[in-house]
Design a protein around this ligand. Sequence first.
Ligand code: KG4
Ligand code: ZN
Length: 337
Amino acid sequence: MTLLGIETSCDETSAAVIREGAVLSNVISSQLVHARFGGVVPELASRAHQRLVTEVVGEALRRSGVAARDLDAVAGTYGPGLAGALLVGLSFAKGFARGLRKPFVGVNHIEGHLYSNLLMEPQPEYPFLGLIVSGGHTMIVLVDGPFRHRVLGQTRDDAAGEAFDKVAKMLFLGYPGGPAIDRLARAGNPRAVAFPRAFLGEGSFDFSFSGVKTAVLYHLRDRGVHAGGTLRLADNEVSDLCASFQAAVVDVLVEKTLSAAHRYGVRDITVAGGVSANSSLRAGLSDRAAKAGKRVFFPPLEYCMDNGAMIALVGSMRLRAGSGPGFDVNAEANLSL
Ligand code: KG4
Ligand code: ZN
């Protein structure tokens, strides 16, 4: 089965072609227009998708060497995400499929992240535990088989990536903030500042990151360094702050993921979403998993971030299962897993 997958739920315009689960092309155009606003501006995202989608899809087909008429189906993200951004990609994907007289299959973006590790060899084996950590989501999901998944816990406030982005904004590190904090934290001391870890009670797999984010804000205020829109901190203090904040987030992610794997007797753990690029999360989880006799899977960067390949993959799984939404599906900004 050869599929084109189109993803436009947030600020990445992406298209990919896969054949029998192998990625032939995966083109991702990250919108830089949002950087100066410190976050994604929905209207600008929609307009950028509109400007880019034709070219990105054309490039994905070109790089794959597959002619449009040889596609078996087109898959497109229909939610969750920014309504206007979703509409651009979804309408394009449906129109493209209609023009080719091929089936269209709608894909849930979170399922894309959840199954993205199946794009790689070796593959995790069912049942596996999925940790999804992105700018919009933080959740632990038990996956018994294709589309047989159950959310064990999720964030009650900020997503992990959102917390990274907000703390980065306080430190004037630009957007997206995760990569900058990750980089600076390498030179810092993770024990320099004792930020709170929210475990939310014994046995809970829910998360809360607004507390640690506010703790960083208060820390900056208490030191009188955040007044007047400027930051007067030495480089090593910024690094220590980044390392300490990152450690607080990563400790909770690692602890809860391992404890869920134990509780449900699962050997394989997959991680996906933009924050899975975080070096401390990768090191911490790999280390703890190895000691516990578990296997942990991180997708390469191009499958961590929002991408068309994971959408095409889930589209193909949906078609195989005969259970995917078709042409009549609408954009659903608040779609859940
Ligand atoms: O999955 P993604 O590309 O988009 C969403 O669906 O949200 O994730 C983007 C998020 C942003 O919040 C970004 O700051 C975060 O992933 N991120 C990171 C790192 N790289 C990206 N967070 C921590 N460390 C990183 N290295
Ligand atoms: Zn995402």
